[in-house]
Ligand binder design. Structure first.
Ligand code: HMG
Ligand code: MG
Length: 305
């Protein structure tokens, strides 16, 4: 089998389900992760270990982590905000291999999301990095609001670059640049990637792009042309950040798979199996239509055939 030329990180089970009005039952989350793995997805952000008061939709993270199906080549991750979250990660028996931490490039979003300043959050993450290093657990770090903040508007590129450098110094194996509210545009993404890549090895930069303004796929292409090979995506375009009003889902995984595969860039993901998974999620779990364009087009084509 040809090795994938790009790595797609499926964030639907976490970024998607955290934003659903109804809590999805644990067995359905388990089936979702299982179906994703069988569709060829190798990196899955399965849940988070944040305060259940803040994100009740993912309060079952401990239980889910203990029952995730083990596949030899699938890496599961969970998002943690603090030491308490990392302790939960550590205790969760099972298949979790990767910790994701997060903070924002803008003060107001950071405060709304984790209830402290950016500098305080960096300090809260220091012991998480130390504990993970001692355990041999890789830590991936998100920087949110890199292209704009829902509360403050424009965000300085230098703020993102400084945080990326600080996170790598703390031990992050990868920095995921999050356009939380999907306001970025291709020229901005190119410029941001170049600026961060001056400080952080380019192969350790990933893009996490929400699609609020319909530019996420163009931004994926811009990121690829700028040398990025690691992208987050969410099946069917599910998702959003509850502390970023109006923000819609991530770029749809089907759209990213189709974009790359149509250019001969191997993703390792079976698009048909992914469409089946999204159709199941839409029909049997969420009971509402999901917006992914390629997903909808493929469904329409199936109905016509
Ligand atoms: P706080 O209220 O300031 O903290 O929340 P606290 O330390 O005072 O704790 C309050 C209560 O939560 C206490 O319980 C703690 O024990 C408990 P009580 O005494 O009231 O019973 N607690 C926890 N419980 C379980 N697990 C934990 C934990 N920590 C504290 N880890 C805190 C601070 C960071 C906890 C809170 O603000 C929080 O959980 N925030 C998370 C919000 C969130 O998950 N947002 C969405 C994810 S980020 C995102 O979507 C963006 C991203 O996709 C990238 C992008 O798009 O840009 C990643
Ligand atoms: Mg997000």
């Amino acid at each position: 089998m040809t090795e994938p030329a790009v790595t797609l990180f499926e964030v639907g089970p976490r970024d998607g389900l955290q934003n659903e009005p109804e809590t999805v039952p644990t067995p359905a989350k388990l089936e979702l992760c299982n179906r994703l793995a069988l569709a060829g997805v190798r990196f899955i952000e399965a849940t988070s270990f944040v305060s259940p008061k803040w994100i009740p939709q993912l309060a079952d993270g401990d239980e889910l982590a203990g029952i995730l199906p083990a596949f030899p080549d699938v890496v599961y991750a969970a998002l943690v905000p603090n030491e308490r979250g990392y302790e939960r990660f550590r205790k969760a028996a099972g298949a979790l291999h990767l910790t994701h931490v997060f903070l924002s490039a803008s003060e107001t979003h950071n405060r709304k999301n984790v209830n402290c300043s950016v500098a305080e959050q960096l300090e809260r993450l220091r012991p998480v990095f130390d504990a993970a290093a001692a355990d041999g657990v890789p830590v991936r770090a998100y920087i949110s609001t890199v292209c704009g903040c829902p509360y403050e508007g424009a965000v300085a590129e230098a703020a993102v670059v400084d945080l990326a450098r600080a996170l790598v110094e703390l031990g992050a194996v990868e920095v995921a640049l999050g356009d939380t509210i999907g306001v970025g545009h291709p020229a901005q993404v190119r410029s941001l990637v170049a600026a961060v890549a001056d400080e952080v090895p380019q192969e350790r930069i990933a893009l996490h792009l929400h699609d609020t303004y319909g530019r996420a796929l163009a931004n994926v292409q811009a990121g690829y042309e700028a040398g990025i090979r690691r992208f987050d995506a969410s099946l069917g375009g599910l998702g959003g950040c509850p502390y970023a009003p109006g923000a819609s889902g991530n770029v749809a995984t089907e759209d990213v798979v189709d974009l790359f595969e149509s250019a001969g860039i191997v993703t390792g993901i079976d698009l048909d199996a992914l469409v089946d998974t999204t159709a199941w999620l839409e029909r049997d779990v969420l009971g509402r239509p999901l917006p992914g364009r390629v997903y909808r087009a493929r469904l329409g084509a199936r109905e016509r055939d």
